[in-house]
Ligand binder design. Structure first.
Ligand code: MG
Length: 377
C-alpha cells in the first residue's frame, strides 16, 4: 500500500506487533483499515450514538454525542497524521474506538460506576474501551472481541494504573517500562482534546449555559472572535461562533503539527523504537498549551460545573448506583448472557452490563426495576 511514503518513524504493517490471534492478511485493505472496519461494525460503536458527551442525548438533537465526538476526533487526527506522514488509518481506528468503553451519562456515569466497583478492581472507561475490543464484542467465530492489532490497542489504552498495567501483558508494558506509544496514538490523544474543547464551546453556547460575554475572558476564543468581527463586521449569531471555533481548531492543529515536527527533529527520531523510547513528541507549543489550559479551566468552571449539568450528573449517579446495587444483590435480574459471566465474577459482569448501556436504555432498565405501576402488580 502507500506505506512507503510514510515517515520512517510511522507505524506500518512491516513493524506491527500483530494480532493476539493470528489471521490471514487482509485482502485489498491494510491491517489498520481492517481494524477500523471491525470497529465501525461493532455493537459498541453503534451505542455511541446514544451516549452522553456533556449533554444527555435527549436534551437536544444538535449536541455532540459520543459518536459525533469520535468522528470529529478521527477527522482532526487524520488531518494531523497526513501532514506528518504518519499512518492515517491507524489514527482513524484509534479515534473511532477510543470512547467505546464509556458508560452512559459521560463522566458522571463513570465516576458512579467506579465508586460502585471499589473493592472489585475499580472501573475506568479507558480500560473498558480496551476490554470492549479485546473481550466483550461477540462477532467472530474464532475469538472473543475484535482481535485488533497491537498498535490500535496500545492507542486505545491512553492511561492506566501500574497495577492494572501489570495484568495487561504486552499492551500494558509501556507503563511499567516508562515508554511512549506510537506517534499515531499520541496524536489521536491530542486530537481528542482539540475536539472536545472546541465542540464543548459550541454546544455550551448553543445550550445557553455559557455566553459570549463570559468567553471574552478566554484568549483563544476572544482573539479569534475579534478576527472574525474585523473581517465580517455584520456577521452575527451562530455563523460568527462557527467561524470562531473553526479558527480555534485551525490554530491548535497547525501549532500541534509544527511543534511535533520540531520535537521529532530535535530528538533525532528515525524509527518507531526511537518514538517509544523518547519523551512524548506530540505536543503544543508552550504559548498555545497555556491558552488551551485557560479554555479548559473556563469550561470546567462554567460548563461542566454549571448547576444544570450538576443536576443531570447527580441524577445519573443515582441511576447507575441503584442499577448496580440491584444487579449485584441478585444476579437473576441480569439478562441471561451476563448471568454466565456473573457466576465467576459477578461485580465485573454487572459493571460490563451497566457500562454498555446507552443513556436511554439505562433509564428504561431503571424503570423496569424500580417503578411500579398499579396495573402491573
Ligand atoms: Mg474522547
Amino acid at each position: 500500500m502507500s506505506s512507503i511514503e510514510l515517515a520512517s518513524y510511522a507505524v506500518v504493517e512491516r513493524n506491527s506487533r500483530g494480532r493476539m490471534v493470528q489471521e490471514e492478511a487482509p485482502n485489498g485493505r491494510s491491517e489498520f483499515q481492517r481494524d477500523r472496519d471491525r470497529i465501525v461494525h461493532s455493537t459498541a460503536f453503534r451505542r455511541l450514538e446514544y451516549k452522553t458527551q456533556v449533554f444527555v442525548n435527549h436534551e437536544g438533537d444538535l449536541f455532540r454525542t459520543r459518536l459525533t465526538h469520535s468522528i470529529e476526533v478521527a477527522q482532526i487526527g487524520r488531518s494531523i497524521a497526513r501532514r506528518l506522514n504518519l499512518n492515517e488509518d491507524l489514527v482513524e481506528a484509534i479515534a473511532l474506538a477510543h470512547d467505546l468503553g464509556h458508560t452512559p451519562y459521560g463522566h458522571a456515569g463513570q465516576d458512579a460506576l467506579n465508586s460502585c466497583m471499589q473493592g472489585y478492581g475499580g472501573f475506568e472507561h479507558n480500560l473498558q474501551s480496551l476490554r470492549v475490543v479485546d473481550c466483550l464484542e461477540e462477532r467472530y467465530a474464532a475469538f472473543n472481541g475484535l482481535n485488533l492489532t497491537f498498535e490500535t490497542r496500545e492507542g486505545i489504552l491512553k492511561h492506566c494504573s501500574l497495577s492494572k498495567a501489570a495484568e495487561l501483558g504486552e499492551v500494558g508494558a509501556r507503563f511499567l517500562n516508562k515508554q511512549r506509544p506510537s506517534l499515531e496514538a499520541q496524536i489521536t490523544n491530542l486530537a481528542d482534546e482539540i475536539a472536545y474543547n472546541n465542540h464543548d464551546v459550541d454546544d455550551g453556547l448553543r445550550s445557553g449555559l455559557i455566553t459570549l460575554e463570559q468567553l471574552a475572558e478566554v484568549r483563544l476564543f476572544s482573539s479569534h472572535l475579534d478576527k472574525v468581527k474585523a473581517m465580517y463586521p455584520n456577521l452575527d449569531g451562530r455563523r460568527a461562533i462557527h467561524e470562531t471555533v473553526r479558527g480555534m481548531i485551525n490554530t491548535l492543529v497547525s501549532d500541534l503539527i509544527q511543534q511535533t515536527e520540531q520535537n521529532i527533529q530535535a530528538a533525532s527520531i528515525y524509527s518507531i523504537d526511537d518514538v517509544r523510547a523518547a519523551p512524548a513528541l506530540a505536543a503544543f507549543s508552550s504559548e498555545v498549551l497555556e491558552q488551551q489550559r485557560e479554555l479548559k479551566t473556563f469550561l470546567h468552571k462554567h460548563l461542566y460545573r454549571h448547576y444544570r449539568v450538576m443536576r443531570m450528573s447527580a441524577k445519573a449517579h443515582r441511576i447507575i448506583k441503584e442499577l448496580f446495587m440491584a444487579f449485584l444483590s441478585d444476579n437473576r435480574l441480569l439478562p441471561p448472557q451476563y448471568q454466565h459471566q456473573a457466576e465467576t465474577d459477578q461485580a465485573r459482569a454487572v459493571a460490563d452490563y451497566v457500562a454498555g448501556m446507552t443513556d436511554r436504555y439505562a433509564i428504561k432498565e431503571y424503570r423496569r426495576l424500580f417503578v411500579v405501576k398499579e396495573e402491573q402488580v
